[in-house]
Design a protein around this ligand. Structure first.
Ligand SMILES: C[S@@+](CC[C@H](N)C(=O)[O-])C[C@H]1O[C@@H](n2cnc3c(N)ncnc32)[C@H](O)[C@@H]1O
Length: 344
């Protein structure tokens, strides 16, 4: 949100991912949000979340998605069916278990934390983690982290647990063309974990809370789009939300010149190779309106625009550094560009 500064006249293009970020973009009531993903699951998930936000009360929404306990999620899904496409109904009927267990906990990535990371953390660092998440100032948190968590066991687990191999096993999608520029995935994740525990209060960080508990323990510490005021803003927005399943590069090629104001490309950079990235940026610059903003995030890759495009783009260095520091999803490096007004 800070990278893109969305206003009511904006036409926004997003990569869908889990749909969370695409929904956050609606909070500022832009003119349109077109959200694209090649994966049917991600596409139906965004459709489901949007329909649930529009249809359910706030309490029922949190129950349905999996923040709160529930034994009635399938009944709620039945209630939601008239507001969903046939494709989404068929998809979630096939993945009934994901609905019944709460879709927020059902993803492959999330299941890693629910089944493995959170139980292991409880076993090994139960009391230290409880105190760390209860800390209300950074000095106390740092003391707990350095004194009672950080040590040989912690460092060995992170270094050997977060390898490219484990990540590939978790993501399990052969169509991803992963580029890795970081020397060691484990060392990088460890460095970023140190950063987040040194600089962000864990108890206020929805992502870290989820990683270490396998659920969202606090109602006021949720992903941005699920906070009460943002759910209300999404409901009230007049934004036309287009949920599109397809290849990002193909979709971009079909768009006219100068038709998009803001690009939220997520870490799609984690799934594409250098050639695909070059094509992506060329098309993004072509369809960008003068003054448009582009934001993408790098995890293990360090994709940057080609030299010829650089002349048309202004990199927002200070904002990139600040968001890399501030972001609660602490592993992503931000790339933010403003498209020059005289590009055409
Ligand atoms: C790593 S995930 C993003 C998750 C991240 N937490 C977020 O910000 O939403 C990247 C997404 O890009 C999608 N994707 C990858 N390559 C794509 C392509 N060529 N066209 C469209 N979507 C693509 C994947 O299906 C996935 O949902």
């Amino acid at each position: 949100m800070r990278a893109l500064d969305i206003t009511e006249n904006d036409d926004v293009l997003a990569v869908t991912g889990s749909g969370c970020r695409a929904l956050s973009l609606v909070v500022n009531n832009p003119h349109t949000v077109t959200s694209i993903d090649s994966s049917p699951g991600q596409t139906y998930l965004l459709e489901l979340k949007l329909a649930a936000i529009r249809h359910f009360s706030y309490d029922t929404l949190l129950e349905f998605l999996g923040v709160d306990e529930s034994t009635s999620r399938w009944r709620l899904f039945e209630e939601l069916k008239p507001h969903l496409s046939d494709g989404a109904v068929a998809y979630f009927t096939r993945y009934r278990k994901a609905i019944v267990g709460g879709v927020l906990l059902a993803g492959r990535h999330e299941q890693l934390y629910v089944r493995l990371v959170a139980p292991a953390m409880k076993l090994l660092y139960g009391r230290a983690m409880r105190d760390l998440f209860a800390a209300t100032d950074l000095a106390t948190q740092r003391r707990i982290y350095r004194g009672r968590v950080d040590g040989v066991l912690w460092r060995t687990m992170i270094r050997h647990g977060f390898t490219e191999r484990t990540l590939k096993a978790v993501l399990n999608d052969d169509s991803y063309n992963v580029v890795t520029d970081e020397k060691s995935c484990g060392d990088y994740v460890l460095e970023r974990l140190d950063h987040t525990f040194e600089n962000h209060l864990a108890g206020e960080n929805d992502w870290v809370s989820f990683m270490f508990h396998g659920r969202y323990p606090r109602r006021d510490v949720l992903p941005h789009y699920l906070l009460r005021e943002n759910v209300e803003a999404i409901r009230a927005a007049t934004t036309k939300v287009n949920v599109v399943r397809g290849d990002l590069m193909e979709r971009l090629r079909a768009l006219p010149d100068g038709s998009v104001d803001k690009f939220s490309l997520s870490d799609v950079t984690s799934c594409i190779d250098r050639d695909q990235f070059a094509t992506l940026m060329k098309e993004v610059v072509r369809v960008a309106r003068p003054g448009a903003r582009i934001c993408y995030r790098n995890f293990l890759s360090r994709h940057t625009p080609a030299a010829d495009l650089r002349q048309l783009l202004h990199r927002e260095d200070e904002l990139c550094a600040q968001l890399y520091f501030d972001d609660y999803a602490f592993v992503y490096q931000f790339e933010i560009y403003t498209v020059g007004a005289d590009q055409r």
